[in-house]
Design a protein around this ligand. Structure first.
Ligand code: CA
Length: 236
């Protein structure tokens, strides 16, 4: 299956260079030069990943990402003009998966794109391995916490808990590896596809957000345990 990549970039030269190089790698490529077109194409084409420039005419990349995140979990690689243009945490908060600072080499970009697509495949396998036939909703139950893998819904005390797609993926991954110590680096690689020495703060931030949602007392977590010097362990 040919993987689809949506490029959102208003600089014509860069847009062309990206499209040319990605097509040459065998990907199906679509381009948008502004945020509204990007949203329309993302909705109609269901790309596998999105390359998203931050400085766009009209709606900027952050706003595009925020809007996308309410509707889909498609991984987003932010393209930023300056290092200080984006704070990692701002990017994470709007739901970006990774970012690349301009100017970047095509080789660097390809490595990120491949890592992201690898992650997309792994997550799909992980979720489909855990999911049964659609008519029989599969539930993972941990006391008063229920993960409905068919509906991608998490409930605590039978109340639905709103989750960002990445939080949901992290929770499913933790739940599938209950009782195992998972290092930050392995979580980063599995869920964000960063196979370089990534920013482990990304994992910590998401763990904190998850704890705020599923722990009775996020300051004294009983479900997601920090294993000092190692990583995290999901207790259920
Ligand atoms: Ca731009």
């Amino acid at each position: 299956m040919t993987e689809k990549i949506l490029i959102v970039e208003d600089e014509a030269a860069l847009q062309e260079a990206l499209a040319y190089n990605l097509k040459r790698e065998g990907y199906q490529v679509e381009v948008a030069g502004d945020g509204l077109t990007a949203l329309e194409l993302a909705r109609s084409l269901h790309p596998d990943i999105i390359l998203l420039d931050i400085m766009l005419p009209g709606m900027d990349g952050f706003e595009v990402c925020r809007t996308l995140r309410k509707e889909m979990s498609t991984p987003v690689l932010m393209l930023t003009a300056r290092d200080d243009e984006i704070d990692r945490v701002v990017g994470l908060e709007v739901g970006a998966d990774d970012y690349l600072t301009k100017p970047f080499s095509m080789r660097e970009l390809m490595a990120r794109v491949k890592a992201m697509l690898r992650r997309v495949r792994l997550i799909r396998e992980e979720i489909s391995a855990a999911s049964p036939e659609p008519e029989a909703p599969k539930l993972m139950k941990f006391d008063n916490l229920t993960i409905n893998l068919t509906r991608h819904e998490v409930r605590l005390n039978d109340q639905p808990i709103p989750m960002k797609p990445k939080e949901y993926e992290l929770l499913v991954y933790l739940a599938n590896h209950r009782g195992m110590v998972l290092t930050r680096d392995s979580l980063l690689e599995k869920l964000w596809g960063w196979d370089y020495v990534g920013d482990s703060r990304t994992v910590d931030v998401h763990i904190r957000w998850l704890r705020e949602k599923i722990e009775a007392d996020p300051q004294k977590p009983q479900r997601i345990i920090t294993v000092r010097g190692a990583g995290y362990r999901f207790e259920g």
